[in-house]
Each structure stands twice: as C-alpha cells, then as structure tokens.
Design a protein around this ligand. Structure first.
Ligand code: OSB
Ligand code: MG
Length: 369
C-alpha cells in the first residue's frame, strides 16, 4: 500500500454530560480525525483521541496536530508498505507522542482491512462476536446524582460500573454505592490522585469487593504501585503508567498490578495494544479496553480490539449515546443490554458521516504525495 493523501480534521463535539475526574473536567471533546487515501483509491479513517489539556497525559490535541503534520504524516507519505510493522518502522525515531501515532496507525489499519476486504476485528485476530460493555462515571456534585446515573445505566443493561474517585470523593461514596448495590460488578479509577502516604486510607477500599482500583498513584510510576499492591487485597490496574508491551512486562514483573487497562491511543495504536494483549494473555493477566470519550471511529477500533480473547473484563466501551447526541459514524455504536456487536463489515465496520464531520470541523490540513 502507498498513501497518496493524508488529511487531518480537528472536530469539536459537546458531551451529553460534563465529565470530571480527579485530574480534569470537560464538557466538550475535540479530537483529530485522520483520513488516509492509498494510491489504489482505498480510504481509511483513524481518530486521535487525545484530551485538549495535559492533565491525563503529557500530550494535547495541539501537540498531536503538530506531531502528525510535521513528523508522522511526512514520514509515511508516498512510501510503500505491506504490513503495519513496516508502517510503524517509518516513524520509529519519533519518541512518545502515542496518541498522535495511534490516530494515523488506526487509519492505516482501517485502510488495510478494507483493501483485504476483512473486518478490522478479524484482521487483529478477534474471536468474540459481541463485547461486554461497562460505564465510567465521573465525580458528581452529590451522591444522589451519582445514584441516578448508576440506576439509569444498570437499567440500560451495562455490565459493570466504574466510579471516578479522588480526595473527598472516595471511601464514603464507594461504601454508599456498595450498600445500595451489593452485587454489581464495581471498580474505581483514581487517575493518579494518591501517594504512598494514603496507603492506610486506600486499604479501606478492600472492604467493598471491587474488581480493581485503577491508577491510584502517579501517572508515571510502577515502583510505588508495587508497594501499594502488596498492601491491598483489591487488584491494582494500571492505566496512565503503561505505554508499551515493555512497560506492561516490567509492571507485571514488579507485581505493580494484577490487571491492565489497554487504551489503543495511550499505547500508540492497535499494533501495540495487541502486543500488550498477547503478553498478558500468555501470563494469565486479564485486560480490558479503556476509553477516551472516543467518537465513532476511535470507538469502533476499541470494539475491534476488545474482540480479542484476553479482553475478559467489561471495558469502558459504552454506546456512543452515553457521550454524544449525534456521533459521526453510521450505524451508531450502541450497547443494547450492555453488549456491543462486533461488526462483520469490512474495516472498522462503520462509515463516517461526511457532512456532519465537515459541519463539526474547526480546522483541517492535507498532505499529498
Ligand atoms: O482514566 O479512563 C480514564 C476519560 C478521560 C481521561 C481518562 C479516563 C477517562 C475515562 C472515560 O474513564 C472512559 C470512557 O471513554 O468512557
Ligand atoms: Mg483510567
């Protein structure tokens, strides 16, 4: 395959409901769409699901734009490649910037799957026909609001609830939720709010039969997480700290966690996501697919990777109606009864709605060979 044309569009969509974590708050999402067009005419779409602010990870939508426009797109344009391994080799000297890489790589996977007339899930080695869906609930203004949301999503059939926690919104909130819902699959995500000084406090979470506690300590740590994991019975799950299969191997060797959240964008794309999956599967470590409020394109890629056999826990891959009144693909991605069907159509299995994309676009750029 040879890419003749690479286009970027920065979109801005309002969220159905503002979302707050221990590290950030947002009421709209601005993601970059990447469209690649091969010499053969085949087209692929990707999404760079990076936050606009550097509060989750060091990248922002603007750094992604810069890296895509000035380094990644120029490194691959007009070059011949047959596999994604070849493709990533063209930009192997670019350090980090995983969200930017993931957007371009995703578009190339979609193009490759369309060229081979295969569903992306099949090309990745997926085996599931449907995936179990959970929801991630932000820090709310009061417990009543949170209860109402939990009620709504359980009624819609979602398979597990994840609560964002942070100082002032943790043990008491989890206790109240657990008392009200003694049996639901429940987990928490601290987005790196705590330090080892909080060990005694975090140990109190062991009373609530949680599936896991996600990223309790610093975004770049695996050492202190190993000390914390040794002190907790609840499994620690790493999110922010894992950027590659090498990070996953080291974290597991150190016993810093017992579960890994795989986010396609955080690890630089589907290829690395699959490598982490394969590594964890071989070691008997459960993984699940995290989300970054993806639009339909990134969400479809999340569905595809979640179809791999090691994704044994429900992910944050909810229906797009949880986030957006109007998404940018058709058919929309939905999770009736808490299950998302893995598409059997070629590529990501969903088509971009070009008029809506144009309407929501606030900036664009194109490179041609
Ligand atoms: O830590 O998983 C996270 C959203 C933005 C930044 C970080 C996180 C999240 C989510 C949202 O939890 C998950 C979703 O897309 O539903
Ligand atoms: Mg997280």
């Amino acid at each position: 395959m040879r890419l003749q044309k690479i286009s970027l569009q920065l979109l801005r969509l309002p969220l159905v409901r503002p979302f707050r974590t221990s590290s950030s708050a947002k009421d709209h999402i601005a993601h970059i769409l990447v469209r690649v067009e091969a010499a053969s005419g085949v087209v692929g779409w990707g999404e760079c699901a990076c936050p606009s602010d550097p509060y989750y990870c060091p990248e922002t939508a603007e750094t992604c734009w810069h890296i895509l426009k000035d380094f990644l797109a120029p490194s691959v344009i007009g070059k011949d490649w047959e596999s994604i391994d070849d493709l990533v080799g063209f930009y192997r000297l670019v350090k980090g910037n995983n969200f930017a890489k993931a957007g371009l790589e995703m578009a190339c996977w979609d193009a490759l799957a369309r060229e081979q007339k295969k569903p992306l899930a099949k090309l990745l080695g997926g085996t599931r026909t449907e995936i179990a869906s959970g929801v991630s609930l932000g820090i709310e203004r009061d417990i009543k609001t949170l209860f109402d949301l939990i009620e709504q999503y359980l009624a819609e059939g979602y398979r597990r609830i994840k609560l964002k926690i942070g100082h002032g919104w943790d043990v008491d909130v989890v206790r109240q939720v657990r008392e009200r819902y003694p049996d639901i699959p429940l987990q928490v995500d601290a987005n790196s709010a705590y330090t080892l000084d909080d060990i005694e406090h975090l140990k109190r979470l062991d009373d609530f039969n949680l599936l896991l506690i996600e990223q309790p300590l610093a975004h770049d740590d695996i050492i202190d997480h190993a000390r914390l994991q040794a002190a907790l019975t609840t499994p620690v799950c790493l999110d922010e700290s894992i950027h590659s299969v090498e990070d996953a191997r080291k974290a597991l060797d150190l016993q810093a966690c017992r579960v890994i959240n795989i986010k396609v964008s955080r690890v630089g794309g589907l290829r690395e996501a699959k490598r982490i999956h394969d590594h964890c599967l071989a070691r008997g470590i459960p993984v699940w697919c995290g989300g970054m409020h993806e639009y339909g394109i990134g969400r479809a890629a999340n569905v595809a990777i979640s179809s791999l056999p090691g994704f044994s826990l429900p992910g944050d891959v909810s229906g797009s109606d949880k986030y957006y009144h109007e998404d940018i693909v058709e058919p929309p991605i939905l999770a009736p009864n808490g299950l998302v069907t893995v598409p059997v159509e070629v590529g990501i299995g969903h088509e971009p709605i070009l008029e809506r994309i144009a309407e929501k676009s606030v900036r664009d750029w194109t490179l041609e060979a």
